[in-house]
Write a protein that binds this ligand. Structure first.
Ligand SMILES: Cc1cc2nc3c(=O)[nH]c(=O)nc-3n(C[C@H](O)[C@H](O)[C@H](O)COP(=O)(O)OP(=O)(O)OC[C@H]3O[C@@H](n4cnc5c(N)ncnc54)[C@H](O)[C@@H]3O)c2cc1C
Ligand code: FES
Length: 266
């Protein structure tokens, strides 16, 4: 984990409320795993201001050299609103890479990736890392869900990796009408995957975990909680585990990616 001030390489609007920002950062990120995140602070925010967590969307590489990382973020409040105004050459302060990543055993070939809204952010990095490892993604599927078509992000990036992409929105404005978990259950009934990897709103993850348990499919979920420190110091990101002792886990240190079986969320 390193703290550094990093230069903005680009900051592009990709939908009505989402942006992709490229940050020039050091070699440490060569070791970053899909699912890991950074804590970001804007220089204009005073030091007591809490950093904000963002998943690594992808590594920016050139000829096997790391040039930086890209984040995909949604404007929801003060920090993200300010961040959307940052220009090429501005600096932000980041700490990372933090947390655990998705672990997909090497022999798994049929992978179901489930993204809900901005929860798609860490999943592109996952698909890119699997592709780089030589996994043939043509047997895998991305299930992409959102409230409206505006929440459907990155579908072309995944399609380029040869994954089958299935889209669903609550209002039917893109793809089928319904919930992404409807598509997941239909897909499992057709043919069980080796593993499910998901990120999105908590209610979606709870449903995904229930479905995975019902059909006995290994499942990894990336959880988003409010995080004050991101490094295990404030204990504010506790989540109950299934452990008999009722032990709490911490999303920033033990997660954000968990084996769904470990958590008392369903
Ligand atoms: C591990 C992790 C990875 C994340 N990755 C991304 C990402 O890649 N892209 C992205 O856009 N967002 C991501 N988030 C959420 C992001 O951290 C929040 O959207 C951001 O902190 C909001 O800051 P703000 O000051 O703009 O809004 P605030 O003014 O702080 O909050 C605005 C609204 O968003 C809610 N909110 C704030 N933080 C969170 C949170 N962590 N989870 C759910 N709701 C929250 C608040 O309750 C409030 O309703 C991630 C969160 C975690 C924990
Ligand atoms: S955010 Fe402080 S302990 Fe997890």
């Amino acid at each position: 984990m390193v703290q550094e001030k990093v230069r903005v390489l680009w900051n592009k609007k990709v939908s009505s409320s989402c942006y992709k920002i490229g940050l020039e950062c050091g070699r440490k990120y060569l070791e970053a795993k899909p699912g890991q995140f950074i804590m970001l602070r804007l220089p204009e925010q005073p030091v007591p201001f809490l950093r904000r967590p963002f998943s690594i969307h992808r590594l920016i590489k050139k000829d096997d050299r790391i040039e930086g990382i890209e984040l995909l973020y949604k404007v929801v409040g003060a920090s993200t609103e300010k961040l959307s105004g940052y220009k090429v050459g501005d600096y932000v302060d980041i700490v990372g890479p933090l947390g655990t990543g998705f672990s997909v055993p090497d022999n798994y070939r049929r992978i179901f990736i489930i993204g809900g809204g901005i929860g798609i952010a860490p999943l592109l990095f996952l698909a890119l890392a699997l592709d780089e490892k030589g996994v043939d993604l043509s047997s895998s599927t991305l299930f992409l869900g959102g409230r409206t078509k505006d929440d459907i992000l990155c579908k072309d990036d995944f399609a380029r990796l040869k994954l089958r992409v299935q889209i669903i929105t609550n209002d039917g404005s893109s793809g089928e009408k319904g919930l992404v978990t409807d598509l997941l259950e239909k897909g499992i009934k057709e043919k069980k995957p080796d593993i499910i990897c998901a990120c999105g709103p908590f209610a979606m993850l709870r449903s995904v975990a229930r479905i995975a348990e019902t059909y006995s499919v290994p499942c990894r979920i990336s959880i988003e909680t409010i995080m004050a420190c991101g490094i295990g110091a404030c204990l504010g990101c506790a989540i109950e585990s299934k452990n008999k002792s009722g032990k709490y886990l911490h999303v920033c240190m033990d997660g954000p990616v968990f084996d769904a079986n470990m958590l008392k969320i369903s």
